[in-house]
Ligand binder design. Structure first.
Ligand code: ADP
Length: 246
């Protein structure tokens, strides 16, 4: 193991104390091996996600350099869009890395759920319903980020999007509901994993890298809350999360 072979294990033979030690060693080795595999996959996934927008930008620019296309307003707008996509991806990755290292800073304050919802839905045609005076302890910027991520997904996958909230014991439960395509039950357990996409080709088209929900999950748990999804294919999905009452 010292030389980097994380698959090395020892034979738990010998007396009870030695075999106990060997088992301890083996489970530590397995944990190291697993973390190394996760790290490798993360780097490959990140490289993969960055490649597509970079390739688009590069080929557009080269075609202009070679005089094959003109730098029209339209092309510059499209280059700008790809650049924004890259910037968002890098922001998301940074949030995720901080959150997973437990270093995401949360500045909770007493704030009305209605205020968070209004900020998240400003300028959008979305029905909202819940008590005006329900207060939670939350970092307003981060809570709005959670809602916006859920709303972006809901609007990308369906219509009739609504936000409803209510008090449940010492928590507030906030739900983003859509009447959309829904999510097959075998996928529901995985959508909060990073880089997980239900339909990669469609999702790429809408610009998602499969990071939105993993960020939502990290942000909600950093607040001490829970998040989950329910869905019926052909009917729609409901994403719910809880925040502590303020
Ligand atoms: P992305 O940024 O690619 O949308 P997310 O982590 O936000 O990634 O979502 C993970 C997967 O869950 C995506 O493939 C998306 O298609 C699916 N998904 C998320 N929200 C909904 C929804 N409201 N209805 C149907 N599918 C959804």
């Amino acid at each position: 193991m010292e030389h980097g072979d994380l698959s090395a294990r020892v034979d738990p033979a010998g007396g009870p104390e030695l075999s106990e030690l060997a088992r301890g060693f083996n489970s530590m080795a397995a944990a190291l091996d697993r973390n190394e595999e996760l790290r490798r996959r993360m780097v490959t996934d990140v490289a993969h996600e960055l490649r597509a927008p970079l390739t688009n930008i590069r080929s557009e620019l080269e075609s202009i350099q070679d005089g094959l296309s003109m730098p029209t307003r339209e092309r510059i707008d499209s280059l700008h869009q790809e650049t924004m996509h890259l910037a968002r991806l890098v922001d998301d990755l940074q949030d995720l890395a901080l959150a997973e290292a437990g270093r995401l800073e949360i500045h909770p304050e007493k704030v009305a759920v209605a205020t968070l919802v209004r900020r998240s839905t400003a300028g959008m045609d979305i029905a909202t319903e819940g008590p005006e005076d329900l207060m939670v302890m939350a970092d307003p910027t981060r809570a709005v980020q959670v809602l916006q991520n859920l709303l972006t997904n809901a609007m990308a996958h369906g219509d009739g999007v609504r936000v409803v909230w209510q008090r449940q014991d010492d928590e507030a439960m906030i739900q983003v509901i859509d009447r959309g395509a829904g999510i097959p039950s075998e996928e529901l357990g995985r959508i909060f994993e990073r880089f997980y996409r239900v339909d990669p080709s469609r999702s790429r088209h809408t610009g998602g890298a499969g990071l939105g929900l993993s960020i939502v999950k990290q942000l909600v748990s950093a607040h001490g809350g829970r998040v989950w999804a329910e869905s019926v294919v052909g009917e729609g999905s409901t994403f719910s999360f809880t925040l502590k009452i303020g």
